[in-house]
Design a protein around this ligand. Structure first.
Ligand code: CP
Ligand code: NVA
Length: 311
């Protein structure tokens, strides 16, 4: 499998085989790191990390993963560069592409990361936009493989804001990998029709299903219950409205019990606002694998950089 020179902007651009390859590479790099073995595949590579929005996991994962492989990461915060203020995205992309070997972008408009990818001439990786968060999905898929040993045929229910970057990206990733995927959300927070139809096509090919519903009975048989914050970065003014809309969709002990399986795991991309989208009880329970997901961000981001840029 050769992914050299490829951008990583959404999982729409990757086949199930390519995603599987990245997951296997992640598991391999993780096992090596546990034995104290790091690589040198990014030796001599300079990596720009552009962050318009804050980050704990994604930023730290890119930094540690790059250094582990011998690369040099450079953090560029929102007030550090001219991007989008004094200089167009297209020009910034061409400048950074001359100086750096790879560029990570986290920010608001998805079009910004697309334009960086179009004009930089070096691999561009999406570290989260308003619409998509694809590196998180690799970490989630790796965590599910570790927990269950397989992906195809698992039942995955995402409860909460059904049209945010996580819901969109999970729908793409799960439908491609043959995981039955449900969004449990009030209708006003359902994903856009075009994306649902696209993912229904992926689901058809992989033999899985997509369900979008307001009915909490849909958690029956779920292997995974997943949630995310009710207000994503940049939507803080919507807090009161979201709390009243999403209160019935909180992941709590009762909802976990309604799956009818004692093997259901709880997942969350983090950061979590406990007491809202998930109770402290579920978050801290034995069913919760949230810190495995957080750790797996680093191993999967390393795999993306090694596969697209490494020697
Ligand atoms: N899950 C995630 O992307 O976390 P950060 O916002 O801390 O990077
Ligand atoms: N939907 C969340 C994800 C954080 C990792 C946000 O965009 O803030």
């Amino acid at each position: 499998m050769n992914l050299k020179g490829r951008n990583f902007i959404t999982l729409k651009d990757f086949t199930p085989e390519e995603i599987e390859y990245l997951l296997n590479l992640s598991a391999d790099l993780k096992a090596k790191k546990k034995q104290g073995i790091t690589g040198s595949s990014l030796k001599g590579k300079n990596i720009a990390l552009i962050f318009e929005k804050p980050s704990t996991r994604t930023r730290c994962s890119f930094v540690v993963a790059a250094v582990d492989e011998g690369g040099h990461p450079e953090y560029l915060g929102k007030d550090d560069i001219q991007l989008g203020h004094k200089e167009s995205v297209e020009d910034t992309a061409r400048v950074l592409g001359r100086v750096f070997d790879g560029i990570e972008f986290r920010g608001f408009k998805h079009k910004t990361v697309e334009d960086l990818g179009k004009y930089a001439g070096v691999p561009v990786w999406n570290g989260l936009t308003d619409d998509y968060h694809p590196t998180q999905i690799l970490a989630d898929l790796l965590t599910m493989k570790e927990q269950f040993g397989y992906l195809k045929g698992l039942h995955f229910v995402y409860a909460g804001d059904g049209r945010n970057n996580m819901a969109n990206s999970l729908m793409i990733g799960m439908s491609k990998m043959g995981v039955h995927f449900t969004i449990l959300a009030p209708e006003c927070l359902w994903p856009v029709k075009e994306l649902v139809e696209l993912c229904q096509g992926y689901a058809k090919e992989s033999g899985s299903t997509i369900t979008i519903t307001e009915d909490c009975a849909a958690v029956k048989d779920a292997d995974v219950l997943y949630t995310d914050v009710w207000c994503s970065m940049g939507e803080e003014e919507k807090a009161a409205e979201r709390i009243s809309l999403l209160r019935p969709y909180q992941i709590n002990k009762e909802l976990m019990n309604q799956t009818g399986k004692d093997t259901t795991i709880f997942m969350h991309c983090l950061p979590a606002v406990k007491g809202y989208e998930v109770t402290e009880e579920v978050f801290e329970s034995g069913a919760s694998v949230v810190f495995d997901e957080a750790e797996n961000r680093m191993h999967t981001i390393k795999a993306v950089m090694v596969a697209t840029l490494g020697d």
